[in-house]
Design a binder for this molecule. Structure first.
Ligand code: ATP
Ligand code: MG
Length: 329
């Protein structure tokens, strides 16, 4: 039995097609990522899989149970950390966990053990008796994760668990999720951080405009692109717009400036090396270093979606502003 099986899942909001006929399976024990830019359909997908939103068409089974027909049975088996998941601010961390436990059928002793365990693993045990209103966004997210796990579900869903968090909280959460998965919990997370998906996931589905445009392990996604080589070169002195001149060389497909280094993408490696040395000679430049790099997941993402991570960051900012405005802030 698969942990998740989505078949032809589709969601229209009015006339707007937000999720377009997606199908995939997540194996038990897998760490699965749904990676996509702002507005791609990640939240809509996770809400359909967790029984919070009825699909327009298609089906989803979670731990073998039909989500639309038996949402209550599904909820007993899963934990959900939604995008906006928030513990009650006027309650302490501990009381939030006890409240979450009361929604499930768990023995009192077990509740306490589980709560203690989770708070320790998430590094907030010593703050358990503080009201959550004093907590940073990162600490609140950790409480929300503990709440989602209080009944020890076999499958955990998280919608952008580290978006907008401080670096320390984000790292702590990633490390926690990795360990949780190692202990056997299946994890389904959405993210727009390419590196996060690369670091954590066994397999990644890339979603764009409601459609899954690629689904594979990070390494397989990268190897599909290995025909293209990346050369990183630096010269002994700075020349204005050097990257633009290099981009004009006949065998170069794309150029990116990274600090004092220039990344050159090519599918004709030997010819490009020749062109670069000729270019250096003609411009009286000395090559200080030259390396070949294997493509990153970001390279794959850029190729598939046509979006750079800078675009994604910008879209993320716009999205956040839009949401704040919608809430009237
Ligand atoms: N309730 C709704 N009514 C109308 N359109 C909606 C609704 N919710 C989402 N949408 C639209 O559906 C598309 C997918 O939204 P969704 O929230 O699933 O994307 P996402 O990948 O989670 O993006 P984000 O990065 O903003 O969280 C977006 O274009 C969004 O504007
Ligand atoms: Mg979302």
């Amino acid at each position: 039995m698969n942990a998740i099986k989505a078949e032809n899942l589709t969601k229209y909001y009015g006339n707007f097609l937000a999720v377009n006929n997606i199908s995939f399976e997540v194996r038990q024990g897998e760490f699965f990522g749904l990676l996509g830019p702002n507005g791609a359909g990640k939240t809509t997908t996770i809400r359909m899989l967790t029984g919070l939103l009825k699909p327009t068409s298609g089906t989803a089974h979670v731990m073998g149970i039909d989500v639309v027909k038996n949402p209550v049975d599904v909820k007993a088996q899963i934990g959900v950390v939604s995008e906006t998941a928030n513990p009650y601010p006027e309650m302490t961390a501990w009381d939030n966990l006890m409240f979450a436990a009361s929604l499930h059928d768990i023995q009192k002793k077990e509740r306490k053990e589980q709560a203690e365990n989770l708070l320790k693993l998430l590094g907030i045990y010593n703050r358990r008796n503080e009201k959550v209103e004093n907590f940073s966004k990162g600490l609140r997210k950790r409480v929300a994760i503990a709440m989602a796990l209080i009944h020890d579900p076999s499958l955990l869903f998280l919608d952008e668990p580290t978006a907008g968090l401080d670096v320390q909280s984000a790292r702590m959460i990633r490390e926690f999720l990795r360990r949780l998965n190692e202990r056997g919990t299946t994890i389904f997370l959405t993210t727009h951080y390419i590196e996060e998906a690369d670091m954590l996931c066994d397999r990644i589905a890339i979603i764009k405009n409601g459609k899954i445009i690629a689904l594979d392990s990070p390494e397989n996604l990268k190897s599909a692109k290995r025909r293209e080589k990346v050369i990183e070169v630096s010269f002994d002195r700075y020349v204005a717009d050097v990257e633009k001149s290099i981009a004009k060389l006949s065998t170069v497909s794309r150029v990116k400036k990274r600090g004092d280094k220039i990344r050159i993408y090519t599918s004709n490696f030997p010819k490009t090396i020749q062109e670069i040395s000729r270019f250096a000679e003609e411009n009286d430049l000395e090559i200080v270093s030259i390396n070949t790099l294997t493509p990153t997941l970001e390279d794959v993402f850029v190729q598939l979606t046509g979006l750079s991570s800078l675009d994604i960051e910008r879209m993320e900012q716009i999205g956040r502003l839009r949401k704040l405005r919608a809430r009237g802030k």
